[in-house]
Design a protein around this ligand. Structure first.
Ligand SMILES: [Zn+2]
Length: 178
């Protein structure tokens, strides 16, 4: 999708992109991130910093594959992938949507008792398809996101000790099953 086919509003303080049918809005999240908002449920938002965006974009092909399975219902779908900082992308046969949600470990509870936070978005499959076509426009408006790299490619992650020390990769500790 070209930039022209999406709705782009530029002003001095706000840069907002909307999908073709205005069902998803994207706004900047300083310094180099982006916030996705469901326009039908404006309180449902997910903030991506550059690192999480890089993980998310790297997973879109796999998520899309699972979304198509979910749509065809040819096999059970149970997809859950950590995209760092406690955010998970999820698709399950029970709920026909693509979920992106932040989880947290309540103070005093073990990391295997994670709770869902209010930072979330649930995209119906047709809205997910819209988001896929919107990504090039998001990159055109927020060029820093094109260069975003996953922390896993950083030098600090080359050895296992450095990788295990990353609080973005292991927000709930090293022993938690991600
Ligand atoms: Zn990391």
């Amino acid at each position: 999708m070209s930039l022209r086919s999406s709705t782009t509003l530029l002003s001095t303080s706000v840069r907002l992109i909307c999908s073709a049918n205005n069902r998803i809005a994207c706004s900047p999240s300083p310094p180099n991130g982006v916030t996705l908002t469901s326009t039908s449920e404006p309180r449902k938002t997910v903030v991506f910093n550059a690192n999480r965006w890089a993980y998310f974009v790297g997973l879109t092909a796999k998520i899309d594959e699972e979304a198509k399975e979910l749509n065809c219902q040819t096999r059970p779908v149970a997809f859950r992938k950590h995209v760092n900082d406690g955010y998970y992308d999820t698709l399950t046969s029970d709920v026909i949507c693509v979920g992106i949600r932040k989880f947290y470990a309540p103070y005093g509870l073990c990391s295997d008792q994670l709770r869902p936070s209010k930072s979330r978005i649930a995209l119906r499959l047709d809205v997910w398809a819209e988001l896929m076509t919107l990504i090039p426009s998001i990159h055109a408006v927020f060029p820093a996101l094109v260069k975003a790299k996953r922390c896993i490619v950083e030098e600090s992650h080359v050895n296992q000790v450095g990788w295990l020390d990353c609080s973005s990769c292991f927000p709930f500790g090293k022993k938690h099953s991600y």
